[in-house]
Design a protein. Sequence first.
Length: 186
Amino acid sequence: MNHDDAQLETTLPSLLLVDDDEVFCLVLAKALTRRGYEVSVAHDVAAAVLICEEEFPEYAVVDLNMPGDSGLTLVQYLHEHNPVTRTVVLTGYASIATAVEAIKLGALHYLAKPSDADEVVAALHKDEGDASVGVGEQPMSVRRLEWEHIQKVLAEVDGNISEAARRLGMHRRTLQRKLQKRPVKQ
């Protein structure tokens, strides 16, 4: 191999994309590949851990709500086993409670879906917070406050729906129905 061949053989930064939405993964993986990443895809935490056992990624984009273990479990695993992996949580079920937990467990940033590939890449490379982010003028709605409280209690009981329902004073099925709905914006 001559010197010119060695220059052509550059390695792309590795990125692990974990989301149970296969179509979303396909679209985002293509977009991230075009932006210069070597993307591996998993659709649940167990498959992601298997990929990590082969080689830890430099970057990870992790959904929270997946079948089996939550994405928070994977964020913690990535941080404990390779703290230099730059992890961003991307979720359609954004809440203050899960954002705080994700950051505490080692995520760099937390994005609510829908987010495009440029926003994901920017978040992967963001090292500091932004003090110029505006504070909302309107307080949260009662429905949003309820969603946030449910997420906080769920985080406290490690996702155990029966225990969360008991602590919230509601029937387990009622809590499951509430969790199946998308959170309200405000």
